[in-house]
Design a protein around this ligand. Structure first.
Ligand SMILES: Nc1ncnc2c1ncn2[C@@H]1O[C@H](COP(=O)(O)OP(=O)(O)OP(=O)(O)O)[C@@H](O)[C@H]1O
Ligand SMILES: [Mg+2]
Length: 317
C-alpha cells in the first residue's frame, strides 16, 4: 500500500537560492540558501517571528517571494518573474508540495473522505471512484479507515491532523511541509500525529518540518536548521545542533529562550531553566523521547541553566 514513491539515490529534490521575502517594509527572509536531498527529513527550529512559516509558505508559493530561485523536483521558479511560464512553473511546484498546517484547515462541511478526495478530483481530475479508493487507502495508512464518513466536528484534533496528512498525501507530493503540526493539539494527541509522520519519514518521504517537538527532531531528523531573524544561523545533525551548538544565537535559543517559552520541549532534550539543574525525569524523558510535564515559569535572564553544558543525554557518540 505504498503511496509514497521512494526515489533512489541521494539526489537533490529542493534547491533554494538567495530567497528574499518582505511584507511591506518587514524583511522576513534575508537571502536563504539551502538544498534538500530526496528522502531527507529536516526540522526547522527558531524563535517566534524568525520566518519559519514564511519559509514553508514561500517554498510552495502560498506566499510569493520577491527574489531568489526555488527548484523542487526539477522545476525552477525565478521569484519576482511574471507571465504565463512563471505561473505554470509555480503551479508545477505547488503540485509537488503537500502542506500540513497547525490548525488542520479541513473543510468543515465535507466528510473526512470528501476532504481527502477534493484536490485529486478538482486539480488532478481524478475520477471520483478512483479518488475514493485511494482516499480509503490513505485513511487506513493514518489509522482512520473507520472515520471515513465522519465530519471534522465529529473527530478529535489528532484525528483531524491525520486527515490533513492523508489529504496532502492524496496529491502524491514529492515533498511534505509541516508547519507546527502538533502545536494546536492536546498533549495526549500529539503522539499519534508524530507516529504517522515518523512512518512517512521511514518510507522515504522528503519532509521539512517546523516544530519544537525536540524528541521527534532528535530521533527522526537528518538535519536540524536553526533560524533566526530570517536567516539560517546553524544547521547539522541533531546531535550537533542540539548538543554541541556552535553559534552563540543557537546556544542562547536552546539554553534560554526554549526552556523559558516551551519548557516541555526543552525538557525533551534534557534542558531545564527553572532551577538550572536537569532533574532525573528530564534526563529519562530525553532518553526515552518521552514528554515531561513541567511547572511553568523560568528565569528570563541567563541564569544557572546558562552555564549548563548541553550534553546529549543518550551519550551515543
Ligand atoms: N502575511 C503577512 N503579512 C505581514 N506580515 C507577516 C505575514 N506573515 C508573516 N508576517 C510577519 O513575518 C514575520 C515572520 O513570521 P513567521 O510567521 O514566518 O514566523 P515564525 O517563525 O513562523 O513564528 P512562529 O514561531 O510564531 O510561528 C513576523 O514578524 C510576522 O508578523
Ligand atoms: Mg510559524
Amino acid at each position: 500500500m505504498a503511496t509514497v514513491e521512494r526515489a533512489a539515490g541521494p539526489d537533490t529534490l529542493v534547491k533554494v537560492e538567495g530567497l528574499h521575502k518582505s511584507f511591506g517594509k518587514l524583511h522576513v527572509l534575508k537571502g536563504v540558501d539551502f538544498e534538500v536531498r530526496r528522502g531527507e527529513v529536516i526540522v526547522v527550529i527558531g524563535p517566534s517571528g524568525s520566518g519559519k512559516s514564511t519559509l514553508l509558505r514561500c517554498l510552495n508559493f502560498l506566499e510569493e517571494p520577491q527574489k531568489g530561485v526555488v527548484t523542487v523536483g526539477g522545476v525552477s521558479v525565478r521569484c519576482g518573474s511574471r507571465g504565463r511560464a512563471h505561473k505554470q512553473a509555480v503551479h508545477a511546484v505547488r503540485l509537488k508540495c503537500g502542506m500540513v498546517f497547525q490548525d488542520f484547515n479541513l473543510f468543515p462541511h465535507k466528510s473526512v473522505t470528501e476532504n481527502v478526495i477534493e484536490a485529486p478530483v478538482l486539480v488532478r481530475r481524478l475520477g471520483k471512484d478512483a479518488a475514493r479508493g485511494k482516499a480509503l487507502e490513505l485513511l487506513e495508512k493514518v489509522g482512520l479507515s473507520d472515520r471515513a464518513d465522519y465530519f471534522p466536528s465529529q473527530i478529535s484534533g489528532g484525528q483531524k491532523q491525520r486527515v490533513a496528512i492523508a489529504r496532502a498525501l492524496a496529491m502524491e507530493p514529492e515533498l511534505m511541509l509541516f508547519d507546527e503540526p502538533t502545536s494546536a493539539l492536546d498533549p495526549e494527541l500529539i503522539g499519534e500525529v508524530l507516529n504517522v509522520m515518523k512512518d512517512l519519514a521511514q518510507e522515504g518521504m522528503t519532509m521539512i518540518v517546523v516544530s519544537h517537538e525536540m524528541g521527534f527532531a532528535r530521533d527522526v531528523a537528518d538535519r536540524v536548521i536553526f533560524m533566526d531573524e530570517g536567516c539560517f544561523i546553524e544547521q547539522g545533525p541533531p546531535s550537533e545542533v542540539f548538543f554541541r551548538p556552535k553559534e552563540e544565537r543557537t546556544q542562547r535559543f536552546l539554553r534560554h529562550i526554549l526552556p523559558e517559552k516551551e519548557p516541555e520541549h526543552a525538557a525533551e532534550l534534557g534542558i531545564v531553566a527553572a532551577d538550572g539543574a536537569p532533574c532525573e525525569a528530564d534526563a529519562e524523558a530525553a532518553e526515552d523521547g518521552g514528554r515531561v510535564e513541567r511547572l511553568p515559569g523560568s528565569p528570563t535572564a541567563p541564569g544557572p541553566a546558562g552555564e549548563l553544558p548541553l550534553e546529549e543525554p543518550r551519550g551515543d557518540d
